[in-house]
Design a protein around this ligand. Sequence first.
Ligand SMILES: Nc1ncnc2c1ncn2[C@@H]1O[C@H](COP(=O)(O)OP(=O)(O)OP(=O)(O)O)[C@@H](O)[C@H]1O
Ligand SMILES: [Mg+2]
Length: 468
Amino acid sequence: MATSFFYSLRFRLIASVVTIEIVMLSLLVWNNITIIHTTHTDRLRDTASSMIQQIANTSGNYMVAVDYATLQDYLGNVMHYQELAYLVILDRDDAPVITLGLAPREARPVIDPHPDSVTDGVFDISSEILVAGQPMGTVLMGFSLSLMEEAIHKSRIRGISIAAAEILLTVVVTVLIGLGLTRRLGVLSNAAQEVGGGNYSVNIPVETADEVGRTATAFNRMVAEVSNRTLKLEEAETRTRQLLTENRQLAQTSLTAQEDERKHLARELHDELGQCITAIRADAKSIRSLSKECDARVDASASAILDVASRIYEVVHSMMQRLRPGVLYDLGLVEALKEEISAWQERNPDTKCIITVSGDLADLGERVNITVYRIVQECLTNITKYAHASRVTVDLSNTEDKLVLKTEDDGKGIDLSIMTDGLGIIGMRERVEALGGEFQLDTGPGKGVSIMVTIPLMNAGNDTIEYI
Ligand SMILES: Nc1ncnc2c1ncn2[C@@H]1O[C@H](COP(=O)(O)OP(=O)(O)OP(=O)(O)O)[C@@H](O)[C@H]1O
Ligand SMILES: [Mg+2]
């Protein structure tokens, strides 16, 4: 608290003004006193030298006439001069003939060259009394400095009083201006803190049209603008969130429709083509058995039809498996993945693929299951098509209500600066985001491809997808 007071604008303003005032007024007082002192000493020196000169001349005349009584009267009048401390007339043998005022401590005091050099409070001067060039004696005079010092003292007191009054007045005025200024700046600073805290309803009263007033007006305008923009930004954010939610729902609907279409196709293949192929195979078998004894060529043709029908059946069966991974429904996600990977491994014997699973993966829901299954399928297809990898890993784990799938290959990687019109990676991302999850792709030329998918398990996948 105390520290903040010393750093406050109010304190610094007052302290600077008062310090400057004290220094300037001290210089002024010192300057005045020096001038007064010089003026007084010059005046005293001039007065003293002209007085002693006149007294020496007049005294010479009286001494020639040996009229000491008149001389004493004359000098008595001279002694009325306020600053005169003593006046002594010495005869030719240095014997005092007239002594007026306080007699000097010594018979012949040391003569001071200038009032400034006085140390005992009395300015001692002397002058020879000459008549027609003949020495008649000496005048000794002492001028008291007390009057001069009193005048200097009074002037010093007056100067210091005026300075003190001026400092006091300045402090009062500075404090008043400083208080007014810092109070208004304080209002501005508090308002800025309020705005910093998110309160945009702040409005500073504009008291005067000075700099602080203009700052307050500009501040109010700025807050209004910020408030306006923040409002628009919040609206835009809400709209974006809405759009995102709608987008996810749309993606989910479209994926569900895609899965439904695949199921439908698989059913058609199974029911229509599958039945027909089975019928063809049955017919070919009966032709072969009927024609065995008759015609060897018919038998060979029937065998050929049987082989072709069997191959078509395998292809159709494999297509059905891809379209509707029944194993996913029958055995669960982990078994379906293992089966998919082992079938892939058979087709790609040069690439080693390892799957690791951890955590409870039994009841993830069909939506999550199909998402993970399709992503692994697409990753493996891409690796076959592009990677030239020697090793692939698939990690699936359920940790703290999150499902994490990570697939990595050590193949040639993707140069992301090259655009492609493929839909596989986009589809994976869409599937994950439709479940509120995150999709991360980490790759680069020569760095392989790493795909990490995180799906929250709170409410994802509770809905069921109907399997045929
Ligand atoms: N594992 C991988 N290793 C190297 N390149 C890859 C890998 N996976 C994808 N790519 C590159 O990324 C591109 C985009 O892949 P994506 O799966 O999106 O499309 P696609 O496989 O070309 O087509 P679609 O998947 O639509 O049939 C591919 O064309 C390929 O160049
Ligand atoms: Mg692809």
